[in-house]
Write a new protein. Structure first.
Lengths: 415, 233
């Protein structure tokens, strides 16, 4: 454990005074923004309302941390502050350095460490579905001493969060033994102790790229044995802000940090056994029927194009038998397309090993996963569209089990 | 008659022996230089391979895509071994030239010195070419992945074009460094580059307008794809 990263290392003096003006707080909400002026005010307003009513007897504060290159977010929140009704104190700060969502999270954590709250809630400035009640549900388990870390779970359709449902969550369950619905839920709550522990772990620059710190936050909590609970937060709507990243970049920014953490926690996952479900507080999230049209043929076409043109790249990442199992899939039409979870799990673990061994430039490797992922999503959506939404949890559990089976032998390959 | 014949024979024999006696030390020196050169080259090869293996060059080259490129070019050996071979042959080649100098033949006078003077340029040109090669592979792979992810139908063609463009540029730079037909290389490269750009512009504008439309449509379709209600994270 190293010395925790302090706010004084990340903030300018002026911003430090602003943060200190909040005084010691019991509950701190960190609104993490990356050029999200459009939605930030709505999120801050919901957070302020959430802190005002049920937590009125506690000292609360909100800090808006902008890690982007534009000042519109802070201006918009400043304008709202000038006309607001009285409520919990709000301050706005800017984090220097390359724009990244993880930097905003790091800033919020550092402010939390400085102010020493019992609970720190982290909320994405684009989470427009956040309601005052949802914020209350997020912080309550920690205030009640029932948990150290609270993760959201959402009611969703099969086509929402497919990278999470098909890769991040099942791989997390297989490696770290906890079946959690969201690794990147757009919000989370941590106890003060977890915040200190997280900031004390050696932070590398690579942790601050993309969603690196958000993913580390969840996995660190699992590895350290913190008490994690899930609370149902309704539907999730996230406004990605000015420049939403394309799919390949999203994969690089989420799967990359996840693979990187596999190096750090090798001793943990190489000994782990079967996974357990993270305890839930409140109703379980529902699965809704698909509302819009999904163009499966486009995804299948992307997969086939990848199989035709990206073979030289995939040959370097995948084992021969994994690659051989993909060839027949290229002959299937969109109506009959399948990409079995077993094949997909092997692809995911092969890519993790290739990432670890740096067989290719890592960014190239992660981006080359895109057509494979689209193929898997097409097959997953075809499978889930064919049945009732009630069947989907069983399908998701099945994917998790397959990842646990396919994990066998991974430690031996991790040289 | 017999005396004259034997005189000529003895004189010829003496002449040959004298010449051999004159050349033999040089021949011996030549053989010695070759043997010493071979030994030094072999030791240098072994040291080079060991140093580059210690520096984890083979794994790094695999990461940079160099090993795959070597393999595609028919060189199945590890990069550290290839560099070791290069070092061996460079030293051995210099030793061979030196050994030829040892013969003191008028035709080869100053040959080794000339080649050694030229070596720095050769090394720089080789470095330029190697960096160009690495860059070409890296860029071609990046373009290939980006084009496939954008669902462009001719992704390998575009990646190949990028690769060759960078390789040609690196080749021209290396030749210029060597001073080989400098003006001709510059002129040829300029004409070829401008011609390629013009040809691509014409091909894309006239012959490839359908492809241009397809690419633009696929981009617009992709933007429409947001209507899929598909969220990934």
């Amino acid at each position: 454990m190293t010395d925790p990263i302090g706010a004084e290392q990340l903030l300018k003096d002026g911003d430090l005074h602003t943060v200190d003006s909040l005084g010691p707080v019991e509950v701190l909400v960190g609104v993490c923004a990356l050029n999200q002026a459009r939605s930030a005010v709505h999120v801050v307003e919901a957070a302020a309302e959430g802190l005002a009513s049920p937590l009125a007897d506690r000292k609360c504060g909100i800090v808006v941390v902008e890690a982007g290159f534009r000042s519109e977010t802070l201006d918009a929140v400043g304008n709202w502050l000038a006309n607001r009704v009285p409520g919990p104190p709000v301050c706005c700060v800017r984090i220097a350095g390359p724009p990244s969502r993880s930097r905003a999270v790091l800033g919020a954590l550092a402010v939390a460490h400085r102010l020493g709250p019992a609970v720190c809630a982290l909320v994405d400035a684009g989470l427009v579905s956040l309601t005052p009640e949802a914020l209350g549900r997020l912080v309550q388990p920690i205030l009640a001493g029932e948990a150290d870390c609270v993760s959201p779970s959402y009611t969703h359709t099969a086509s929402e969060g497919t990278l999470t449902t098909n890769l991040l969550a099942p791989m997390c369950g297989a490696l770290y033994g906890r079946r959690i619905q969201q690794l990147l839920g757009g919000c989370a709550a941590l106890s003060g102790q977890v915040v200190t522990q997280l900031l004390g772990t050696e932070a590398r620059d690579s942790d601050l790229m993309g969603h690196g710190l958000e993913i580390r936050l969840a996995i660190d909590a699992m590895v350290s044995g913190s008490r994690i609970v899930e609370v149902h937060q309704g539907r999730k709507t996230l406004d990605a802000g000015l420049a939403p990243p394309d799919l390949a970049t999203t994969i690089a920014h989420t799967v990359g940090p996840f693979f990187r953490l596999m190096d750090r926690y090798r001793s943990f996952w190489s000994e782990g056994g079967a996974s357990t479900l993270v305890p839930r507080i409140g109703d379980p999230p529902a699965i809704l029927p698909e509302a819009g049209e999904i163009h499966l043929e486009r995804m299948v076409r992307a997969f086939k194009l990848g199989l035709k043109d990206l073979l030289p790249v995939w040959e370097q990442a995948l084992q021969e038998e994994t690659l051989a199992s993909l060839y027949p899939l290229g002959l299937l039409s969109p109506d009959e397309f399948v990409f079995p979870a077993e094949h997909w799990a092997r692809v995911a673990f092969d890519f993790a090993v290739a990432y670890h061994e740096q067989r290719l430039p890592r960014d190239h490797l992660l981006r080359a996963l895109t057509p494979l992922y689209l193929g898997r999503v097409a097959a997953f959506l075809r499978e889930t569209q064919a049945g009732m939404p009630a069947r989907i949890p069983a399908v998701l559990e099945g994917i998790g089990r397959v990842f646990e089976v396919e994990k066998a032998g991974l430690a031996a390959r991790w040289r | 008659m017999r005396d004259a014949w034997s005189d000529v024979l003895v004189a010829s024999f003496r002449d040959v022996v004298e010449r051999l006696a004159h050349v033999a030390p040089r021949l011996l020196a030549m053989v010695a230089v070759i043997l010493i050169g071979w030994a030094v080259a072999a030791i240098a090869r072994r040291l080079t391979v060991r140093i580059f293996r210690m520096a984890d060059l083979d794994a790094r080259c695999a990461r940079w895509g160099l090993t795959a490129s070597l393999s595609r070019s028919g060189i199945g050996q590890a990069p550290s071994h290839v560099i070791g071979q290069l070092v061996f042959w460079t030293i051995f080649f210099v030793a061979l030239l030196t050994s030829v100098e040892a013969l003191e033949m008028p035709a080869t006078a100053g040959l080794a010195a000339g080649v050694v003077r030229f070596l720095p340029n050769l090394v720089i040109a080789a470095l330029v070419w190697m960096v160009g090669w690495l860059l070409a592979n890296f860029m071609a792979q990046a373009v290939l992945i980006a084009a496939v992810n954008a669902q462009v139908a001719l992704a390998p063609l575009i990646a190949g074009a990028v690769r060759w463009l960078v390789l040609i540029f690196a080749g021209a730079a290396a030749l210029t460094q060597l001073g080989i037909a400098r003006e001709m290389v510059l002129l040829t490269f300029g004409i070829a580059f401008a011609g390629t750009v013009l040809a691509l512009a014409l091909a894309f504008g006239l012959g490839g307008k359908d492809l241009a439309r397809e690419i633009l449509e696929s981009r617009i379709r992709k933007r429409d794809g947001d209507d899929d209600h598909l969220t990934h994270v």
